[in-house]
Design a protein around this ligand. Structure first.
Ligand SMILES: Nc1ncnc2c1ncn2[C@@H]1O[C@H](COP(=O)(O)OP(=O)(O)O)[C@@H](O)[C@H]1O
Ligand SMILES: [Mg+2]
Length: 221
């Protein structure tokens, strides 16, 4: 079996969509037949609660577990957790100064930064970009990308997306729009794929997200 690939979801603020993207991406990857895990590194444990909301007869399609402790303990636990997996997603705390975020970047092959297209989110994305670029400088295999999330068709969002393209980190070839389905699926411990035809637009967006992530990881479908 191929080595497990690790994707860290990071941002400098809460609310950027780390947990939402983590869980939808996990479900989309699992639909491709991959063995997927989610490590909840945020002390708020939202990913764990999301998975725990699933009914017993319809569990969330990825293994979700919370991890705590010091950097060394977490790194060792992640290594053991990732062994049977094809892909492990790391849902990080909402701060790049948090030691868990730094530990996650150390383990990751890809740092993915969800960015809501608004000026304040853009400014904090700069700080995350700096951190990833710095780590990329000392760790050859690390890649980084930004993922527009909660995108709306407004002139402001369009302008912000243009500015994002001037960053050094690439903007991922995918984005998630502002859609109720993303929040709604959390309530039932599922992903947008379980919401049926009404959520078709979000299912397509997650499909594209999966394609873009697999491509960056060098596992194009
Ligand atoms: N694309 C989206 N469309 C609609 N709501 C979203 C979207 N992404 C995130 N949200 C909502 O925004 C809030 C914050 O998202 P969350 O994933 O918890 O962010 P983070 O983990 O970065 O703090 C949640 O209420 C979530 O349901
Ligand atoms: Mg979160």
């Amino acid at each position: 079996m191929k080595k497990c690939r690790i994707v860290a979801l990071l941002s400098q603020k809460g609310g950027a969509g780390k947990t939402t993207v983590t869980m939808q991406l996990a479900a989309g990857l699992a639909r491709r037949g991959l063995e997927v895990g989610v490590a909840d590194l945020d002390p708020q444990e939202s990913a764990l609660r999301w998975a725990d909301s699933a009914p017993e007869d319809h569990p969330f399609p990825a293994k979700v577990a919370a991890f705590g402790g010091d950097a060394k303990e977490i790194a060792a636990a992640l290594k053991a957790f990732s062994k049977p997996l094809d892909i492990l997603l790391l849902d990080c705390p909402p701060s790049i100064e948090h030691s868990h975020t730094l530990t996650a970047l150390e383990s990751a092959d890809l740092g993915l930064v969800p960015v809501v297209p608004s000026p304040p989110d853009l400014w904090s994305a700069r700080a995350v970009e700096r951190l990833i670029l710095q780590r990329m400088g000392s760790k050859g295999r690390l890649k980084g990308a930004m993922l527009p999330n909660r995108v709306q068709r407004t002139a402001l969002a369009g302008n912000v997306l243009e500015v994002m393209r001037e960053f050094t980190l690439p903007v991922l070839n995918a984005s998630l729009s502002q859609r109720n389905a993303y929040a709604q699926s959390a309530v039932i411990g599922a992903s947008v794929y379980e919401l049926g035809k009404a959520a078709e637009a979000s299912q397509l967006e997650v499909d594209w997200l999966v394609d873009a992530v697999m491509e960056l990881l060098g596992r194009g479908s």
